[in-house]
Design a protein around this ligand. Sequence first.
Ligand code: SAM
Length: 327
Amino acid sequence: MNTLRDEVGRTHTYLRLSVTDRCNLRCTYCMPAEGIALRPHHEILTFDEIERIVRIAAGLGVTKLRLTGGEPLVRRDLLILAGRLTAIAGIQHVGLTTNGVLLGENLHGLVRAGISSINISLDTLRRDRFRAITRRDEFDSVLSNIDLALRSAIPRIKINVVVMRGTNDDELPQFVDFARERRLMVRFIEYMPFKDNGWSAETMVPFEEMKSRIENLVELIPLPERNRHTSTKVFSIAGGTGTIGFITAMSDHFCGTCNRLRLTADGRLRPCLMDAHEIDLRSTLRSGAGIEALQEILAQAIRVKPQGHRLGQAQSPRDRTMAQIGG
Ligand code: SAM
């Protein structure tokens, strides 16, 4: 039975776990060149602590997890954690969001651990531009790791592209071709404002504009939503293998069907990505609290979750970078 239901009827079945605030890239839209002030190790949740929280969440009806960060694959022994989480009763799906740099060497382990979907961030198909956006020279490894992932037993692969006007929005056609030829979904993400990330309204390319620019070139066929909580509008490409998705957090938010909770690497529950309110779960956990106290913290997160966010307006939260919250 799911008890993580809020007063507007949203049932929370999806927990996104940031396992580290560290990252091996420095994407301009995500963190400053010099990186961010990292939490000391003792403030980061241990595997035992993460597993304990997930067991409690699963008992309250959570069925789906996503491992993210920072870059989750830089967390030592992540595969061990992944295996422990997929084994928890009630957890049906564990996904991973990664920049792909370390994916090749971890693929077999991820398959063995039971990971069922991998989202790989790739904002450009040009090596020079990759370097400018990520401030690192890892384009070739990411591209070849995407190929390896496609040949692996991971059932679902998605590519996340943050679309920024004047930076990479001229590559929409190339990304459509990329999806046309491969068994994956390319998801175009509307650029969102976070702490120190250079966002401005002009740099955000809204969904309708992206869609009509693509439709000038190819026919997009809307696909029915398989999951009513989805954050993505999905289309097939006439004559293509893969699909195209749009994440419209800015122009058409999906707060009314949001089923997500986030847990930051330092143990704070964040009910809404776009609202700075966080609840300190780590202190309760480390104070030796019993299961009921921890269940109550999860229930509290649901009670304080806003009904909708105010992205794009002056109140947009800029309290933490995306890497600190967990994207
Ligand atoms: N390191 C991993 C990765 O690169 O996928 C996981 C963490 S990253 C913060 C998760 C996702 O958030 C990535 O797909 C990234 O592109 C997206 N993201 C980060 N900052 C964003 C922003 N300002 N607007 C939209 N998406 C953003």
